[in-house]
Design a protein around this ligand. Structure first.
Ligand code: DP6
Length: 349
């Protein structure tokens, strides 16, 4: 509701974890991907965000977890705000008969995430999705417009606008009008859990955008991945999800995470996101899956792991992790508490 002319809305938006990864853009400005991707929404990891539209010309501000974002070096925010104002100008009530804006606005965004920002945990996804959703509510935008706003902030953000399994279609059109994310399965697989292991919560050395550009320009494997592998995997994930076939789902998830990191290594100079702890986790999961595939690891552009498991296997996985990971005894208790907390993370919506 407008108060003193200020329009304000608070939304809480979840992050998502890609099961088939987006890596590479065909248009950097509009953020149009080279390949389709598919993700699970992790509803317990959220960005709670207040978006305010303040009348009058002024400086846009964005605060994340108590820190002001330097907007000059993070142009994406301004791109989103400019697009929002362009859409707003189309609204009759804020423009004169020539379509010129009669009321100027600037934006204030205050966001709080309950997980590390920029540690390869797709945090920008939840953040930009929250801004897009907030602006959608303020300006009464349709879902396609909101999806586009989220996407031009950060590609993976357009997958955070829905719960469950979400398919982001790369589209074919130059203007990106057919590049949208859609929820694929009406019924969510509610007993899938994501256990997040944070091995390093610092900022990654090679950011996603820079990494994608390098891979697109230099990797010889990327073309093969995009043309021959990804389309099949998207279909396999959808089918496994709708049939609740965990084994197939897990195999595809792990294969795609590994291939994504392989194309990173195939870039020049090579990009290495996984660290020793990530590799140790891979070995633990391989062992855990020895007799039956009960867990799947996946890593984004960083060393931190997301392990997907069914509710029935979550406790024994946590037990295996506690037994296998070398944790100094003084840290064991807090690690146990953190893992128990992770156990609460589900993909329910
Ligand atoms: C490895 O969405 O962060 O997490 O579009 O440049 O903002 P930009 O990139 P971003 O990239 C995410 C890459 C990934 C895979 C994925 O989430 O699909």
């Amino acid at each position: 509701m407008p108060q003193n002319g200020i329009e304000s809305v608070t939304v809480r938006v979840p992050m998502n974890i890609a099961l088939v990864k987006y890596w590479g853009k065909r248009d950097e400005k509009l953020i149009l991907p080279l390949n389709d991707s598919i993700s699970l929404t992790v509803d317990k990891l959220t960005a709670e965000t207040t978006v305010r539209m303040i009348p009058g010309v002024g400086k846009n501000t964005v605060e994340i977890n108590g820190k002001q974002v330097e907007l000059n070096s993070n142009k994406r925010y301004e791109t989103v705000f400019e697009e929002a104002l362009r859409l707003q100008r189309k609204r009759k009530d804020h423009s004169d008969s020539n379509g010129n804006q009669s009321v100027f606005y600037h934006f204030e965004v205050i966001s709080k995430t309950n997980f590390p920002v920029a540690a390869g945990l797709a945090s920008s996804a939840a953040g930009f999705a929250a801004i897009a959703l907030g602006i959608q509510r303020l300006l009464n935008l349709d879902d396609v417009q909101a999806n586009r706003l989220a996407r031009i902030g950060s590609g993976s953000a357009c997958r955070s606008m829905f719960g469950g399994l979400v398919h982001w279609k790369k589209g074919e059109k130059e203007d990106g009008s057919d590049c949208v994310a859609v929820k694929t399965d009406e019924s969510n697989w509610t007993d899938l859990y994501c256990i997040i292991l944070v091995f390093n919560d610092g900022r990654k050395k090679v950011g996603s955008s820079e990494g994608m550009k390098r891979t697109r320009e230099t990797s010889t494997l990327l073309k093969y991945r995009i043309e021959s592998i990804v389309p099949k995997r998207i279909e396999q994930i959808k089918e496994a999800y709708s049939n609740r076939n965990f084994e197939t789902l897990a195999h595809v998830i792990m294969a795609d995470s590994n291939q994504f990191h392989a194309v990173c290594l195939d870039s020049v100079p090579p990009i290495r996101y996984l660290n020793d702890a990530s590799w140790q986790l891979i070995e633990i999961i391989e062992k855990f899956n020895e007799n039956e595939t009960r867990a799947a690891y996946t890593f984004d552009a960083g060393p931190n792991a997301c392990v997907i498991v069914q509710k029935k296997d979550a406790k024994s996985l946590i037990y295996s992790l506690l037994q296998s990971i070398e944790i100094p005894s003084e840290d064991l208790k807090s690690a146990e508490e953190e893992l128990k907390e992770s156990f609460e993370f589900s993909t329910e919506t």
